[in-house]
Design a protein around this ligand. Structure first.
Ligand SMILES: Nc1ncnc2c1ncn2[C@@H]1O[C@H](COP(=O)(O)OP(=O)(O)O)[C@@H](O)[C@H]1O
Ligand SMILES: [Mg+2]
Length: 296
């Protein structure tokens, strides 16, 4: 079926990049500041409330549990969710004398490429991984974070509203009509990185807050995601279910991976532990030469 008649002219308008900033300039700004040995994981999506900070936190802690050294940088100066949960974690470790590690972390106070690279150098120069949490809107600093990414992790809800940022799909056939605004931004930066010899980005998309029961809508979203993945150049991994366990330990800065070491607290939920481990294993799979697994 042809896509044309169902789409208004507004749907066909070309995605417009960030004003005046060519992706080559963004990547050049990052490239001239040198490369750290750490692998850089950027957790980003232009949508708010999809679980970016929750996933950045669980990834950072999950990587620590795997024996990696980790630093975390929060680009969301306003909400500072990642920084706050890690601050609570530092407090809990100190108070309970818990045998747990915490990443070094910082909030980026001045949103510039120079300051971001400086902060990464300051707290992450000796680390295996640096996790960067990006606020849910397009900005010059968000694009610089994308330009730095070896691994980009994008949580989405199981919803066509979120999927629209990855690709615009035909309402009946679910065929791709045009790339979504976020996929366009990622791929422009990706191509600029390749042109400047920085290697690709391994882009991982996962559904977050999955309800346990299946539904017709969820099947359709998943079918559309499978169609979009090779076109947009991301791979998918098993997402996180909707669980209180991902938020009820916020004030203690803990994850269910930590509970085993704290006998005074409730027993860890093995399904949550498995979901976090799966997420961590997915980022550990990224090849050492940092080429993306899809569309290298
Ligand atoms: N898998 C999940 N299960 C339950 N609640 C979740 C899950 N992921 C995120 N949340 C909750 O959703 C809200 C938004 O999450 P957050 O990580 O702050 O999103 P973002 O950083 O994308 O704005 C928070 O209340 C958070 O606790
Ligand atoms: Mg956030």
């Amino acid at each position: 079926m042809s896509a044309g008649p169902l789409l208004t002219s507004a749907s066909r308008v070309r995605n417009v990049g960030l004003e005046g900033e060519h992706p080559d300039n963004i990547v050049a700004d990052i490239a001239r500041r040198g490369k750290l040995p750490a692998r850089i994981i950027v957790v980003a999506n232009e949508k708010g409330g999809v679980g970016k900070s929750t996933i950045a936190f669980h990834l950072a802690v999950g990587l620590l549990h795997r024996g990696h050294s980790v630093a975390a940088i929060d680009l969301d100066r306003r909400q500072q969710t990642l920084s706050r949960v890690l601050g609570y974690r530092d407090g809990t470790i100190c108070r309970l004398k818990a045998p747990l590690k915490s990443p070094r972390h910082a909030v980026l106070q001045v949103p510039s490429g120079a300051m971001l690279c400086q902060e990464m150098m300051r707290i992450g120069s000796a680390c295996d991984y640096i996790v960067i949490d990006v606020p849910g809107y397009d900005s010059a600093i968000a694009r610089r974070a994308l330009a730095l990414a070896d691994i980009l992790v994008t949580p989405i809800s199981s919803s066509f509203v979120d999927l629209d940022l990855l690709a615009r799909v035909h309402p009946l056939t679910l065929d791709i009509v045009s790339p979504g605004c976020f996929a366009t931004a990622v791929n422009e930066i990706r191509q600029a990185r390749l042109r400047q010899g920085l290697g690709g980005i391994d882009w991982i998309v996962l559904e977050n807050r999955l309800r346990r029961e299946t539904s017709h809508n969820r099947d359709r979203v998943e079918a559309a995601l499978r169609t979009i993945a090779p076109e947009a150049g991301f791979r998918m991994t098993k997402g996180l279910a909707e669980r209180v366990a991902y938020r009820d330990l916020f004030l203690m800065g803990l994850t269910h991976l930590d509970l085993k070491a704290l006998p005074a607290l409730p027993f860890p939920n093995s399904r949550v532990v498995q979901e976090i481990r799966n997420l961590v294993a997915t980022v550990e799979e990224t090849p050492a030469d940092r080429r993306c697994l899809v569309n290298a």
